[in-house]
Design a protein around this ligand. Structure first.
Ligand code: ADP
Ligand code: MG
Length: 414
């Protein structure tokens, strides 16, 4: 755990025992990874063509620095109307911290197997990371509030640049896996290597986007009961109900019908949480249940058994259970549901536009639903469990820790 109780831990910036030369030796020249087959620089990096050797050294050095955790309590201490001084501190912190985190991820991306690191979608993602890294580096020290505003504009732009990282990586890994199968190179070892990479990569992404989002939202009109992205009176019953109706409308679109979903529990319960994270998790769970029930009962004339969502209030946790009678998951397959890209959906992953990487909303097929939701839950000290009764149905338990004392889990730092 990387958290300190109430304040930002001083940046340690410790070098690895290997030193800069050690890392450089281990790490193939970054530049080569951005070259397209014809030898030109990848489009997203072209802007930094002249900078590249410097940038390369800078990224390597930054990837040796330690990532610094932030306590959620610290972020919440900012209150609903942060002072200018706090905004300045926040900007300065992100200015030094985010390039370190981006560099760590770039390093991981470059250490992937050759065929994966050179896959076009993955290269595209590397370009985005390098571009954002360069933006942070090019930004001068933040001295006053004018700088803070400029910095925040740059941050917002970088935030948008990374919008489609998940579908791009998912597509890249899918292409790679298919290639391994074609050449007979796939192995258990390769699979777990990728799994570990994706867990680290996506957890880091959740963290970066939360920190950046928290800062950016300080510059937007204040919303009642919000501290940045955190809703201090988030109503899980309400958020779950909204996620249910969104999931059902996608189910309608794909199957021409959708099983009923009943939401039970205290509809007045509130807790501090990030509504968008909660929405995402319940949405994924309900989509899975809808699909399972629909596939099992879709052809029958009778009403399918309803899916039940229960919101339970504990002192430590608020738990949301999603129960369906969709037939469950065979015990032998239970491990695999946590692997990225494992899906039993019939349709292959839709083509991802390599430039925008927009992800079409589908009921199932990316295979990222469960592992990503678990990362979101764990980021704030919660968890996600799936219990199945094969031949009957599945229960998903989403545990949400009441926020405040959590420590930010930092991938690659432990
Ligand atoms: P996707 O939904 O894109 O396939 P997920 O990570 O959400 O990816 O789920 C992975 C797989 O786990 C699904 O393809 C399905 O086989 C299985 N699964 C998940 N939830 C359920 C459920 N409620 N009932 C039956 N199978 C499920
Ligand atoms: Mg799913």
């Amino acid at each position: 755990a990387q958290y300190t109780s109430s304040s930002l831990r001083a940046s340690t910036n410790a070098s690895s025992p290997l030193g800069a030369h050690g890392a450089a030796a281990r790490w193939p020249q970054l530049q080569a990874h951005f070259l397209t087959p014809d030898g030109s620089l990848d489009r997203s990096c072209r802007r930094y063509q002249t900078l590249t050797p410097t940038l390369q050294a800078d990224i390597q050095a930054s990837a040796l620095k330690k990532q610094t955790g932030v306590s959620l309590k610290y972020l919440l201490d900012f209150g609903t109307q942060p002072l200018e001084r706090q905004m300045l501190l926040s900007a300065r912190f992100l200015h030094s911290e985010l390039p370190v985190r981006l560099a760590h991820r770039l390093m991981d991306l470059n250490n992937l197997p050759q065929k994966l690191t050179n896959e076009p979608h993955v290269k595209r993602v590397k370009g985005w990371y390098a571009e954002s890294f360069a933006d942070f580096r090019a930004f001068p020290p933040i001295k006053d509030n004018v700088d803070v505003v400029k910095f925040t504009a740059m941050l917002r732009n970088a935030f948008r640049r990374h919008n489609n990282v998940v579908p791009a990586i998912a597509k890249g890994v899918e292409v790679y896996k298919r290639e391994l199968e074609r050449t007979g190179e796939s192995s258990q070892e390769r699979e777990s290597e990728i799994q570990h990479f994706l867990d680290t990569f996506f957890l880091s992404r959740i963290a970066i986007r939360f920190l950046a989002g928290q800062h950016i939202s300080m510059f937007e009109p204040p919303r009642p009961e919000h501290i940045g992205l955190v809703h201090t009176k988030c109503n899980p019953f309400l958020v779950a109900s909204e996620a249910v109706s969104e999931a059902r409308s996608i189910c309608f679109r794909e199957y021409g019908g959708a099983p009923n979903v009943t939401v039970l529990g205290n509809s007045d319960l509130t807790m501090a949480y990030v509504p968008s994270h909660l929405h995402h998790m319940v949405f994924e769970l309900v989509k899975n249940s809808l699909r399972a029930v629909q596939e099992r009962f879709g052809d029958s004339d009778d009403e399918p058994p309803p899916i039940v969502v229960v919101v339970a209030e504990g002192l430590e946790d608020v738990t949301i259970k999603v129960s369906d009678q969709g037939g469950g998951i065979p015990r032998s397959g239970l491990q695999r549901i946590w692997t990225y890209l494992y899906t039993t959906a019939r349709s292959p992953l839709p083509e991802v536009d390599i430039d925008t990487s927009n992800m079409p909303a589908v009921l199932a097929g990316y295979g990222c639903g469960l592992p990503l939701s678990r990362l979101y839950a764990r980021y704030f000290g919660g968890d996600l469990q799936i219990i199945s009764m094969e031949g009957y149905g599945t229960d998903a338990y989403l545990h949400l820790a009441r926020l405040g004392n959590d420590e930010e889990p930092l991938p690659g730092a432990v």
